[in-house]
Write a protein that binds this ligand. Structure first.
Ligand SMILES: [Zn+2]
Ligand SMILES: [Zn+2]
Length: 207
């Protein structure tokens, strides 16, 4: 599996383009406001964007779902529990950033779903806490985990927003503490880390 990170507006988001180098099938994790930048890279590298996967419904992550879908016809996927929030667009109004252009969600994801990109597979890990339907995406063979706003280097996502649940976040962090220590973490903002780097504080959530 190959991937490229793009740091894009509106909130220094990390958008990821993930692809299978044998088939050139690709997917985008959280386009944010990077649709055109990501698309340029995909065209240059002959990649076909088949899907847009959102780690959660927040406006910064889903901002250009519609733009990217229009240009690629990619399927939009997010966890079933975040779809109603996406449709209501609670956050973008709250944050006063103007309306996010909506598009249809083509696939409602659940725990353990497998998202295929060419021959590569990402497993959906339901990690509620930051939002009800937050997910991480796990590539087993390479031990890579895309964590959205659930787990960052040194900390975890806010739990005081619509759909947040501090208790569920604790359970989620305890679960992440059990991932292989070598797992590489690619969050929705800021820098990469590993489970090993975070284990000391993550372990405290295990009961
Ligand atoms: Zn968020
Ligand atoms: Zn975010």
């Amino acid at each position: 599996m190959k991937f490229e990170k793009f740091i894009v507006p509106p909130l220094h988001n990390n958008a990821y383009l993930v692809w299978d180098e044998k088939t050139n099938d690709a997917l985008v994790i959280d386009p944010a406001q990077g649709a055109d930048k990501i698309l340029d890279f995909a065209i240059e590298n002959n990649l076909n964007i088949r899907a847009i996967v959102n780690t959660h419904y927040h406006f910064d992550h889903v901002f250009e779902n519609a733009n990217l879908r229009k240009k690629t016809n990619a399927s939009v996927m997010m966890h079933s529990k975040d779809i109603p929030y996406y449709e209501k667009d609670e956050m973008s109004e709250k944050m006063n950033k103007g309306k996010v252009e909506k598009t249809m969600v083509n696939a409602a994801l659940r725990e353990s779903d497998i998202i295929r990109v060419g021959k590569e597979e990402l497993i959906v890990i339901h990690t509620p806490g930051h939002t009800e339907g937050s997910i991480c995406l796990y590539h087993t063979q390479e031990a890579i985990l895309f964590t959205g706003d659930t787990l960052f280097a040194g900390t975890y996502g806010r739990v005081d927003l619509p759909g947040s649940d501090p208790n569920k976040m604790k359970e989620t962090l305890a679960r992440l503490a059990d991932f292989p220590v070598g797992t590489k973490i690619y969050p929705g903002h800021s820098k990469e880390t590993t489970i090993e780097n975070e284990l000391e504080w993550l372990k405290k959530f295990k009961v």
